[in-house]
Design a protein around this ligand. Sequence first.
Ligand SMILES: Cc1cc2nc3c(=O)[nH]c(=O)nc-3n(C[C@H](O)[C@H](O)[C@H](O)COP(=O)(O)OP(=O)(O)OC[C@H]3O[C@@H](n4cnc5c(N)ncnc54)[C@H](O)[C@@H]3O)c2cc1C
Length: 385
Amino acid sequence: MPINQIPHYDVAIVGAGPAGALAAYEVAKAGLRCVILEKECLPRYKVCGGGLIYKARKALDIDIGSAIERELTVTEIALFGSTKIYRTPPQEKPMVTMVMRDQFDQILIKAACEQGAELLEAFALKALQVKGDDVHLTDASGRQVSAKMVVGADGANSAVGRLGGWGHFEAVAPALECELTVSDVDMARFSGTARFDLDIPKDGYGWVFPKGQHLSIGVGRFFNKERINLHQSLDTYLAHLGLQAYADKTVHGFVIPLHPRKEGAILGRLFLVGDAAGFADPVLGEGLSSAILSGIAVGKAIAASDMDLARAKVDYQRYVDKEVLADLATARKLASFCYLSPTMRNWLLAKSSERLITAMTKIIMGESHYLDYQMRFMNKLKFWG
Ligand SMILES: Cc1cc2nc3c(=O)[nH]c(=O)nc-3n(C[C@H](O)[C@H](O)[C@H](O)COP(=O)(O)OP(=O)(O)OC[C@H]3O[C@@H](n4cnc5c(N)ncnc54)[C@H](O)[C@@H]3O)c2cc1C
């Protein structure tokens, strides 16, 4: 195809998840020519618990009302193998908003398109080539677009990452989930809180997230010290929850990257955001907030740069350094303590439950960061040797 026939954009965003949608929203709002390239056709099912913590929800200036299945002001943490359950104090705002990702993601993309972004569906990125000041992106059927800057928002198996020169992730967490239609009794039993059960599976947790008419139940493993069968863990967890008969147990699985890319989030004209950058929270296994916040940050950085690549890079890097990396480093230390030292963790929980639950609540509500607790936490770790 002659070069002048390739559609050209200021910014191409690969991936129509929350990170890509928010990046596109900001870029298009600033009047830049922007295309979103998505391998699926929307709405598409997305493997995810769909628990949107308040830290992320309050960052959205898009009305997500029609995607909300339930709003929960309380979270419960249970310890597998014990009767102990810790509850967060009820919050005025929804601590966790339950969404189905097909609906949620589509609302965000629609908002970006209303700002002027274009959506190209069934575009599975297969090749990426830098030619002078442009990046050429080609899909499996040979369709091409070019852009001055590219945002890789294509999730854990990012093609932009792979094709753009990044290596493998240092750590990914495998997770399984199923959407279960349960009896009215079970629905009522689990509908009031977002529930987490630590230590099922080993080195991770199981969760029960009540949606409008069903439960989303899953298990995730954050450290892989030894091989285990995650499907067996899910079955054990379902048995432990004591559900009456349920219909249609279709299990979906995917991975959550739990370590930022060692090469950084920017290479040349390519910027990575959300799961593609490895920004998910290693304690909660939660990636929607970092997807939304990093999508907004890269979109704003590009929008404010006047299409000056160097300026956009400095601005986004500043965000990554200041808001993401240091906090994630602290969170990783906390995650290894939490999942790899369960005896000490349980002792600490029993001893200081109110302070720990309050701290976690503030992090979920977006009122504080892991980093705010670093000194206290590190001193405690030193104390225990
Ligand atoms: C089982 C499970 C449960 C989870 N539960 C929660 C939860 O309850 N709360 C929470 O906050 N997080 C949860 N997560 C994590 C969360 O799903 C991710 O962190 C989040 O989706 C990341 O958003 P993103 O926009 O970066 O990427 P994604 O949401 O993964 O979006 C990437 C998009 O890119 C598209 N794409 C991929 N490859 C290509 C390509 N080659 N070309 C074009 N498009 C492409 C994909 O189709 C997709 O639409 C869960 C993860 C798993 C696996």
